[in-house]
Design a protein. Structure first.
Length: 119
C-alpha cells in the first residue's frame, strides 16, 4: 500500500469515526453531564479527521509534524471522553464500546505516524 492509498483510507476512517460519534451523541439523554461531555467529545472527534487532512496537505516536515501531534492529542482526548461515557454507562453499550476501541486504534496509528516522522 502506498502512502497516498493509506492516507485516503485513514482520512475516510477518521471521517467515519467523527460521524459515528456525532450520531452516538445525538442518541444520549439530555442532561447537564451529557451536554458537557457531548460538546467536548464532538469537538475532539471531528478534530481528529480535520487535522489528519491538514497533515496530508502539509507544506513542510515541521507543519506535518505539528498536525500529526494535534491528531494524536485529539484522538487521546476522544478516548478520554468516551471513557467518561463508559464510566457513566451512557449510550448504547455496543456502540460505545465500538467507538472506544476505534479511538484507541486511531490513537495508536497516529502515534506511530508521529514517531516515524522524527525517528
Amino acid at each position: 500500500m502506498t502512502n497516498a492509498e493509506f492516507n485516503e483510507l485513514f482520512r475516510n476512517r477518521t471521517r467515519k469515526f467523527a460521524v459515528r460519534v456525532l450520531l452516538f451523541l445525538d442518541s444520549l439523554p439530555n442532561s447537564n453531564k451529557t451536554r458537557i461531555v457531548s460538546y467536548q467529545l464532538g469537538k475532539s472527534a471531528t478534530s481528529v479527521g480535520a487535522n489528519f487532512r491538514a497533515f496530508c496537505r502539509g507544506r513542510s516536515q515541521k507543519e506535518r509534524y505539528s498536525k500529526i501531534c494535534i491528531v494524536v492529542e485529539e484522538a487521546d482526548e476522544s478516548e478520554y471522553w468516551l471513557l467518561i461515557l463508559d464510566d457513566l454507562q451512557l449510550g448504547e453499550v455496543s456502540e460505545r464500546k465500538y467507538l472506544l476501541q476505534e479511538s484507541v486504534e486511531i490513537l495508536k496509528i497516529s502515534a506511530k505516524i508521529k514517531s516515524k516522522l522524527y525517528s
